[in-house]
Design a protein around this ligand. Structure first.
Ligand code: DAH
Length: 347
């Protein structure tokens, strides 16, 4: 009897791996515990077992039963898992592109941003980043814009609640947080953290209180440039901008610097370009950026010795350049997410 019961369990264990679906599982179970199953038969044989052997045989039967039940449970979960997998179909890789929708492309503003930044990367400029939430120090004070400068006016800038706290932007007690009004803040951050030579461009989003119209938006993008080293001159600025303009607007493009004023550069200029290569898109001189030589007061605020170093800086609006290159006549199109507009810039 003992040998018989052991054989039943061993038989079940050898057979188990072949049981993979529900039908064979039912048949498998019946072979052991069905009305004519081997365990059922063995239990029927209990009657013939001598009285003194009954407890031992009973225990063996229980062991065989427990062993079989465990085996059945195990097979049952495997069968269920196989059935579920069957219903779900082949394994899905959620990282694959969908067949239903075309893959995305960069927004037209981002396309132009990449193109402009790439021109500077190729001549040794690195990309630097700042933060969109800024303090008055980075946005104004360090850039030689005194407390009464009109840009600091509540009408011109978006200020944030005094109690707000922002990661990475620490401020003095009486200072205010605001959304940066230009990317020139990145000049300050970069100079405070790095020693010359410095050669960076900083693309990013800026915010100003503006009534939206065809050429104004409260949210817009700029690219800032900064080059600081020993004996940087206006020649370097002019040559760099000439190169940039030719790379972006065509080899026949010309530049012109007009005297202007910015608190953070001295002298300061507006740069215009004219490009016969653009045809109808540009049939006159167009102003695209402010620039100049870094004002010594800015160097001092940023811990750089103005006696030893000099530098140039420039800042341009990406939307303005995108509008010229893409022939767009209203800045608001860029922010409306109208697919009829956006689709024109695929590929
Ligand atoms: N920050 C200026 C603006 O938003 C643009 C600018 C002018 C940036 C001259 C510069 C610069 O770096 O040198 O109007």
């Amino acid at each position: 009897m003992e040998a018989k019961l052991k054989a039943i369990l061993a038989d079940a264990q050898t057979e188990a791996p072949n049981v993979t679906d529900r039908a064979s599982f039912e048949a498998f179970k019946a072979r052991f515990v069905g009305p004519r199953g081997s365990l059922t038969e063995a239990m029927k044989g209990m009657g013939a077992v001598p009285k003194e052997d009954k407890p031992a045989v009973g225990r063996l039967i229980n062991e065989a039963k427990t062993g079989l039940t465990a085996l059945f449970d195990e097979i049952h979960s495997k069968v269920e898992a196989a059935e579920l997998a069957d219903r779900l179909g082949p394994a899905i890789d959620p990282t694959l592109p969908t067949v239903d929708a075309p893959s995305g492309v960069l927004h037209p503003i981002a396309q132009v941003r990449e193109e402009l930044v790439e021109v500077f990367r190729r001549i040794g400029f690195n990309v630097a980043e700042g933060t969109e939430v800024e303090t008055e120090f980075y946005c104004f004070d360090a850039l030689n814009m005194p407390g009464d400068h009109p840009a600091r006016d509540m009408q011109d800038s978006y200020y944030l609640p005094a109690q707000a706290e922002f990661l990475n932007v620490s401020k003095k007690a009486d200072e205010r947080y605001l959304l940066r009004t230009h990317t020139s803040t990145v000049q300050v951050r970069t100079m405070l953290e790095n020693k010359p030579p410095i050669r960076i461009v900083a693309p990013g989003r800026c915010f100003r209180r503006d009534t939206p119209d065809a050429t104004h938006s409260a949210n817009f993008h700029q690219i800032e440039g900064l080059y600081v080293a020993e004996s940087v001159t206006l020649c370097d600025l002019k040559a760099t901008l000439d190169h940039f303009v030719k790379a972006v607007f065509g080899p026949k493009a010309r530049t012109r610097l007009r005297p202007s004023f910015f608190p953070f550069t001295e002298p300061s200029f507006e740069m215009d370009f004219f490009s016969p290569d653009l045809g109808k898109l540009s049939n006159r001189w167009l102003e695209i950026m402010g620039c100049g030589l870094v004002d010594p007061a800015v160097f001092e605020a940023c811990g750089i010795d103005p006696e030893r170093y000099s530098g140039f800086a420039f800042g341009m609006g990406i939307e303005r350049i995108a509008m010229i290159l893409q022939g767009v006549d209203d800045i608001r199109y860029y922010y409306q997410n109208d697919l009829r507009f956006l689709r024109q810039f695929i590929g």
